[in-house]
Write a protein that binds this ligand. Structure first.
Ligand code: UD1
Length: 421
């Protein structure tokens, strides 16, 4: 297994380019199951989760391949409808084949993704939404078993205890595009990744309005055709690089970042004392003074502060000048990184779904273990600013979501390397 070794304390300087968004690429690749024609999906990040999605498609009898940043899918011979436990258990986003399989193959058997370290991951909204379209769904032997001779449009309120759901919205949308009649999804997720999926479906011939708002209207069509699409830049990767510049007191130009997808983050960075200047397709990031100010954040569905940036923001708060409070409203147990940051000298304690972070002058490098994807990024950020050597193990999590991260960081001066354990 690989691990990452960082010698901290170098202010990062230079230019980093953001890759395509993993969370947009996965449901879009799955949506290519909705047509027998060829779909060409560009700007796809080369990540373990993308490879897993391609393997799932192949296991369904579909021709799918990736060359550089381009994924080609041809679902002419999609003759299977089972997404197996072995693949699904490695990636929760596998569940986004459920909607397309149900709409196109009229049946689907998708392994239940199960919980994960960031907390419970229920699927009730996926099931509720697809049932409202007329599908029969049951949980049997660890699988979601779904069938529908015909799907019918319906009005669906898609909200749960924690608000909207990104992948449930994706599943209902990808099923409703081939349903008979009109579907209205209320309390739909507004995340840019959902908008990107809708834009891809529209290119395939779907009739969708309101994507990007909490009410999405879909008029079902008889068939969809092939399409070519370029995935939006990854806002979470962009946000992580912004924090890398801020935490190390460096200055980075982040290319291909979409400023309109980062409003909640940029607003908080102003409070912290980080200057971010947007110019065409790039962001220029620089810390304003010698210290970072503390910050209070609450994670919320988009356009609120993203839960996928909470761990990285906490890494920055550990070295700010004061007390920060970070509250989780999406995944209340998503705090596995706290004990690892504390091993590096941070002062964080948990109070329910909030982390109280008392900034310290300096972190000290230590061997730490990554618990999940974004926690890995937080530990890398902490390692970049810590005194001495930090060794981050279990970085297979990192490889699920950050394309060539150490290569990108080396180019801007970080002393970071990947070694085999
Ligand atoms: C997606 C992202 C993930 C991000 C999350 C929240 C992908 C591949 N993953 O995950 O990176 O952290 O959005 O922005 O896009 N919930 C229910 N019932 C359900 C489904 C979800 O109660 O049926 C709850 C969840 O437990 C959570 C909240 O709804 O509290 C939001 O989760 P959701 O948006 O569904 O997350 P994902 O789509 O799985």
């Amino acid at each position: 297994m690989d691990k990452i070794i960082i010698e901290g304390g170098v202010p990062l300087k230079g230019t980093i380019e953001v890759s395509g968004a993993k969370n947009a690429a996965l449901p879009i690749i799955a949506a290519a199951l909705l047509t027998e024609e060829k779909c060409i999906i560009k700007n796809v990040p080369n990540l373990r989760d993308v490879v897993t999605m391609i393997k799932i498609l192949r296991s369904l009898g579909v021709k799918a391949q990736m060359e550089q940043d381009c994924v080609t899918v041809e679902a002419k011979r999609c003759n299977q409808f089972v997404a197996d436990y072995k693949l699904v258990s490695t990636m929760r986003a596998s569940i986004c084949v459920l909607g397309p399989l149900l709409a196109k193959q009229k049946q689907a058997r998708v392994s239940m993704p199960g919980g994960c370290v960031i907390g419970q991951r229920p699927v009730d909204l996926h099931i509720k939404g697809l049932r409202a379209l007329g599908a029969q769904l049951k949980i049997e032997h660890g699988y979601i078993v779904a069938a529908a001779k015909v799907l019918h449009g319906n009005n669906i309120f898609l909200g749960g205890a924690y608000g909207s759901s990104v992948l449930a919205t994706a599943n209902v949308m990808t099923a409703a595009v081939l349903a008979k009649g009109r579907t209205l999804i209320e309390n739909a997720a507004c995340e840019p990744e959902v908008v990107d999926l809708a834009n891809f479906l529209i290119k395939m011939g779907a009739k969708i309005k309101g994507h990007g708002t909490p009410i999405i209207e879909i008029e079902g069509v008889k068939r969809l055709g092939g399409a070519s699409h370029s995935i939006i830049p990854d806002r979470i990767e962009a946000g992580t690089h912004i924090l890398a510049a801020a935490i190390t007191g460096g200055a980075l130009t982040i290319k291909k970042a979409r400023v309109d997808h980062l409003s909640a983050m940029l607003d908080k960075l102003k409070e912290v004392g980080v200057s971010v200047v947007a110019e065409q397709n790039a962001l220029h990031v620089k810390r304003k003074g010698s210290v970072l100010k503390p910050v209070d954040i609450t994670t919320l569905p988009y356009p609120g502060f993203p839960t996928d940036m909470q761990a990285q923001m906490m890494a920055m708060a550990t070295v700010s000048d004061g007390i920060s409070v970070l509250t989780e409203k999406i995944f209340p147990d998503r705090f596995m990184h706290v004990s690892e940051l504390n091993r590096m000298g941070a002062s964080v304690f948990l109070e329910g779904a909030s982390a109280i972070v008392k900034g310290v002058k300096r972190l000290s490098g230590a061997p730490v273990m990554a618990s999940d994807l974004r926690a890995s990024a937080a530990l890398i950020l902490a390692g970049l600013v810590a005194k001495g050597k930090t060794e981050v193990s279990r970085i297979y999590h990192l490889d699920r979501g950050y394309e060539r991260i150490e290569e990108k960081l080396i180019k801007v001066g970080a002393k970071i390397k990947r070694v085999k354990e």
